[in-house]
Design a protein around this ligand. Structure first.
Ligand code: URA
Length: 262
């Protein structure tokens, strides 16, 4: 049974609550299955950094390296060094095209870490992840399972916005990878929730569509941190039929966090 608060949050997400259907009506499971078949195309990127690096020498790393930029070494094992290194980073050309760097937000000792794709327009202006429409949906998703969005740490695979929100390129993911690795080490979350195709494929090093990756429990490769995958909140805005599946993922997440806290 749902509490009235959960019902309210679910309605806020646009999720219709279950009602009995007349006999002969197409089952919602069949409708959802049809949606999944058409939902996603494959895309590959790599994320091999995730098991390495407590320090980075960003100016040395990538094809976009600007030879005029002197190489600096940053201590990524504390929040001050990490934040400064992201602010100073020129590892790839996104550093020049973005308005602001978007390191992360939230509680630095959170049990739950949420990893999205890359900043969008609003995030690029404000320098904070998930502050636009997708962020509002993400907050509602968390509140639906009675998790306070302020008690979670939120970041992205990329810390700079790609132009026109295009998909991150492999070398950009690599260029940002030591920052994400350092964030995970510092937060040391009990559970990671990966939202969207780009996040899931890069974290799991698996090019399967997100519709196939969700529903299973993983560990972040090279660690014992449990990881669940779900659809991106922005995708939900375009495909509200998938909200029922996200609700299943959220209930799984809630159970996993409770279990991890034991
Ligand atoms: N989408 C993301 O993946 N991250 C954000 O920060 C905003 C939108």
């Amino acid at each position: 049974m749902l509490t009235s608060r959960q019902k309210h949050c679910l309605q806020g997400m646009g999720i219709s609550l279950w009602q009995s259907r007349p006999a002969g009506d197409l089952s919602s499971a069949a409708v959802m299955a049809k949606e999944v078949q058409t939902a996603y195309t494959d895309q590959q990127d790599s994320f091999e950094h995730i098991t390495t690096a407590t320090q980075s020498t960003p100016a040395d790393l990538q094809p976009d390296h600007n030879p005029k930029q002197p190489a600096k070494t940053y201590d990524l094992s504390n929040w001050t060094g990490l934040t400064q290194s992201i602010e100073d980073c020129q590892n790839c050309t996104l550093a020049q095209s973005c308005t602001r760097k978007v390191p992360g937000k939230g509680y630095q000792e959170a049990d739950l870490m949420i990893i999205g794709e890359a900043p969008g327009h609003e995030e690029d202006l404000q320098g904070r992840p998930f502050v636009g429409r997708a962020g509002q949906v993400l907050d509602k998703m968390l509140m639906a399972i009675e998790i306070d969005p302020q008690q979670v740490y939120v970041t992205n695979i990329l810390k700079c916005r790609p132009p026109q929100n295009r998909d991150p390129q492999t070398h950009e993911v690599h260029a940002c990878s030591s920052f994400l690795k350092a964030q995970i080490d510092l937060v040391n979350p009990k559970v990671i929730f990966s939202v969207g195709r780009i996040s899931a494929q890069n974290l799991l090093q698996d090019t399967s569509p997100v519709g196939r990756l969700r529903g299973e429990q993983y560990h972040l490769p090279g660690t014992d941190i449990p990881l669940l995958v779900t659809y991106h909140p922005a995708y939900l805005l375009r495909n509200p039929i998938e909200k029922a599946k996200v609700w299943e993922d959220l209930k799984k997440l809630r159970r996993l966090i409770e279990h991890a806290a034991d």
